[in-house]
Design a protein around this ligand. Sequence first.
Ligand SMILES: [Zn+2]
Length: 89
Amino acid sequence: MKLHPACKDCGHDLSMYEHADGPAYIVIVLVSTLVVTVSALVEVKLGWPFWLHALVWLPMVPLLSIWWLHHARAWLIALEYKSKQKDSR
Ligand SMILES: [Zn+2]
């Protein structure tokens, strides 16, 4: 996924923000922790059969990852923007 060179609303230059694997790392840690924890709880409390776990959790991992990747990237850009604002004062 490529970042737009500038903000569509205000024209702020976004080319200075490059996070490489930072957002992906955050998303992998969050999604894997969430899915493993919730699926283990469901297994203990409800005792789902394996096919139901596979049906629910296997699509959940890529869907949550793709959805949260945008948010993680936006969050890191906002942090960097805020940090640069502080530094320039
Ligand atoms: Zn903007």
